[in-house]
Design a protein around this ligand. Sequence first.
Ligand SMILES: Cc1ncc(COP(=O)(O)O)c(C=O)c1O
Length: 433
Amino acid sequence: MTKDETGPLRLDEAGARQLDAADPGHRHLFHVPPAEGGRHPEVAYLAGNSLGLQPRATRDELLADLDDWRRLGVEGHLEAGRPWLPYHELLTAPAARLVGALPAETVVMNSLTVNLHLLMVSFYRPAGERTRIVIEDSAFPSDSYAVRSQARFHGLDPDATVVRLKPRSGEDTLRTQDVLDFLAAEGHTVALLLLGGVNYLTGELMDIAGITAAGRAAGAVVGWDLAHAVGNVPLTLHDWDVDFAAWCSYKYLNSGPGALAGVFVHERHLGDPALPRFEGWWSTEAATRFEMTPVSRPPATVEAWQISNPPIFAMGPVRTSLELFDSVGMPALRQRSLRLTGYLERLLDEVTAGRPLTVVTPRDPARRGCQLSVRIGAGSANELTKRLRHEHGVIADAREPDIVRFAPVPLYSTYHDCWRVADALAATVEVSA
Ligand SMILES: Cc1ncc(COP(=O)(O)O)c(C=O)c1O
């Protein structure tokens, strides 16, 4: 890619450098891995939708918590720099701000699929003809396995219970209208609607507010898997009236592999004694927890869904990351995300023309976050990402058989990273004969 583009946006390498100088982001706050291939010292990291990069602050913050344990032993529960007993509360307010929730509605705990199960214990209550769980056909497999196992847990046939909404024939992404039409026709059979806020494969951002309203109006409970939405797009879960949501923290939240996840339960469900929940000693109110009584006294907050005492060293990186999001702010990140992803899209328009490559993510910026997914018409997605990495130092991620995902993450990705993607694709994928 060397030629200049018409219009104000220059699509050559020097143009990318200029854009970076004018719109630098926060890359300096992150460790960017060295490249193993290509002519640039650092990788062009476009896989933050899979695993985010390590913030520079994380290591020292984690070491400070570790030192408290070395110094204090059990006394750290009350005397650590950040005492361990109430440690999880440090994460609550910034997590709530990130997802547009009240602090009482938000807690960081466990991992994503575990949380989905714990939430379904409360919110999937099949009864009468209302037994079905609706997901998208391209739901992340873990969600599919989770809902199918929930159906079995209730003695139901998963094939009959789980409805998989498919895009129209010849289309790659689900239309909101199709979800609404399904609910209008069959909503009376739906116990739970559980969709991905941003689809992991296509990068499509769903109309969370509209679908939630329609699902609830149809009498269903509406939950969202926000793994690919949190830290990627602005969320206002409380105002959208979402019943529940869960997300992980290792993608856009940069909290490390398998990091602790987050949960939202809408205020209207808090303190409801009719809701079944699984309990442990962290489900009871903090004030009387150490009275060691046999019967719990759950608080009227989402903390009633906690079970075990939280892992301090796993919470540290989430806390560090949430503080970073708080200091930069989601509105500013979204604006930069729109600029970066729009730029990558322009580059991909050039490079896909004449090559067996198709962007399947919606073109409307309001219907996507930062990820652009490319379908490859020939060869394997895994092979292509390997070549991008080893020959060009570009880290993307493959979803077999034919999708390669590129996510310019507004915190640390650069315009030059985007340029490198297009340059590497142009060099790696041959023009169709
Ligand atoms: C949309 C979605 N749901 C669920 C999961 C599974 O997450 P976990 O292994 O943290 O339970 C992932 C993992 O990438 C995901 O992308």
